[in-house]
Design a protein around this ligand. Structure first.
Ligand code: SF4
Length: 449
């Protein structure tokens, strides 16, 4: 029996897919490289923008033929396309799909597999999923055995959903209201991951810095709950690196910044989206801060955390964004010289405030022009920033080997991708690499030890 999971979208989806794969492997399934060969096919979807949604619909239409030829096979649609209460409309639109799974919740799949004969093990998975939903702190299998030897860096969701409701964003409608997972459950899963060979864990949340404010464990606590969790995670023996994302400018407390600076395992890399460089656009996006607030945050980060690298997200062509407002974003990006910028064109998403109340009035070609201008600018910024690595020796956590190029690759603490040639097996090791070439997207070096 074989399974195939197709995943698109954010790291939360990647983590959900791995957990679901782990459950399937507990039931005796093995991974299939092609969906067409699998008995259970799962599409884990994203609807943050139109493009990933279109891709998922394209895959669904292709798989319709597979289902027609092999009706006994199970096709599951998972993730943000399903959302928390979208099932009826989807059932009508895609009647060849057997089961619809909301984000982070494969329970219905386990129930279907129980019906199809995997009764005992599937019931255990249902109990695990239920315990997880009720936040009882059970640690279910989180990495599929087939991948355990190769996963060096894993993602661990700690906050599910989001209650911020930025006007462009569909996440709160699809992943539900914000809720934190109890620290005991997170720590148990982290220990299990490390026992399975993971060296680096990235804690995930839509606003990860809001972790724990809704949990009784942290009521009246003197320090930021995420700081307490980072300290506890830091104690895990065998864990080499710790990261967290995504941050929101309004929730980055001073003690959190100090913890990043002080805890050696916590990497000096922060992902904190600005989304736009003009106050009027930020207000219409309902982000809750101004451009100057963000400037001050960048200054605080650089002051408190030596050598910090900062990543951001930007949306161009938000409704009503004028050329002058776009220029402010361009100039801000040139001024701040951040270490990574993910630039996306705005696309209206169902249910959101922007879709319901604003006109998508920036033409597609103009959005693309703005996106490309920022991308080109960021490439030049990165060329300059990365050139500073030339001749330096950096610690690289090795994540894999590029077979064709015959080079190992991994990341620095600041999230730079580094390639280096070396004999032997470097997977999962911390390599000291002297940088001999730099470009905007990666570095190349030679191994020192
Ligand atoms: S903070 Fe805003 S952009 Fe991020 S998930 Fe929540 S609503 Fe979406």
């Amino acid at each position: 029996m074989q399974y195939h999971i197709w995943t698109i979208g954010c790291q939360m989806n990647v983590a959900d897919s791995r957990r679901t794969a782990a459950g399937l492997e507990r039931l005796g399934y093995t991974p299939a490289a092609r969906a067409e060969d699998a008995d259970v096919i799962i599409l884990n979807t994203c609807v943050v923008r139109q493009q990933p949604e279109d891709k998922a619909v394209g895959r669904l239409n292709q798989l319709r033929r597979v289902k027609e030829r092999h009706p006994e096979r199970i096709l599951a649609l998972m993730g943000c396309m399903v959302g928390v209460k979208e099932t009826a409309a989807l059932q009508a639109r895609f009647p060849w799909v057997d089961v619809f799974l909301p984000p982070s919740d494969p329970t219905e799949l386990w129930a279907l597999l129980a019906e199809r004969g995997h009764l005992d093990e599937a019931q255990t998975l249902i109990a695990d999923a239920e315990a997880r939903r009720l936040a009882l702190g059970r640690a279910d299998t989180i990495l599929p055995p087939s991948e355990q030897a190769s996963i060096v860096s894993a993602h661990l969701p700690i906050v599910l959903g989001c209650s911020h409701a930025c006007t462009y964003c569909v996440i709160p409608y699809r992943r539900g209201a914000e809720r934190s997972r109890p620290p005991a459950a997170i720590l148990a899963e982290a220990r299990q991951m490390v026992a399975q060979g993971v060296k680096e864990i990235t804690l995930l949340g839509q606003i990860v810095d809001r972790y724990g404010y809704d949990l009784p464990e942290f009521a009246g606590a003197a320090e930021t709950p995420l700081v307490t969790l980072l300290r506890q995670m830091h104690e895990i023996e065998g864990l080499e690196r710790l990261r967290f994302l995504t941050s929101h400018p309004n929730w980055m407390t001073d003690d959190l910044l100090r913890a990043v600076a002080e805890l050696p395992k916590v990497c000096e890399h922060i992902e904190v989206p600005i989304q736009a460089g003009a106050d009027e656009v930020l207000a219409r996006m309902r982000r809750g801060y101004t451009v100057d607030d963000y400037r001050r945050l960048v200054a605080r980060l650089r002051e408190t955390i030596p050598g910090v690298s900062i990543a951001t997200d930007i949306i161009v062509g938000f409704p009503g964004e004028t050329e002058a407002q776009f220029r402010h974003t361009y100039e801000l990006l040139a001024e701040l010289k951040l270490d990574k910028a993910h630039i996306a064109r705005y696309s209206p998403r169902p249910q959101t405030v922007a879709t319901r109340t604003m006109t998508d009035d920036v033409p597609q070609e103009e959005k693309e022009r703005r996106r490309k201008a920022l991308d080109d600018l960021q490439a030049a910024v990165l060329e300059e920033l990365n050139a500073r690595y030339l001749g330096q020796t950096v610690a690289v956590l090795v994540e894999g080997r590029h077979v064709r190029q015959k080079r190992w690759f991994g990341r620095t603490r600041t999230e730079r991708l580094v390639f280096f040639p070396a004999e032997g097996n470097w997977l999962g090791r911390l390599a000291q690499v002297k940088i001999t070439w730099t470009g905007p997207w990666s570095l190349i070096g030679e191994i020192i030890r």
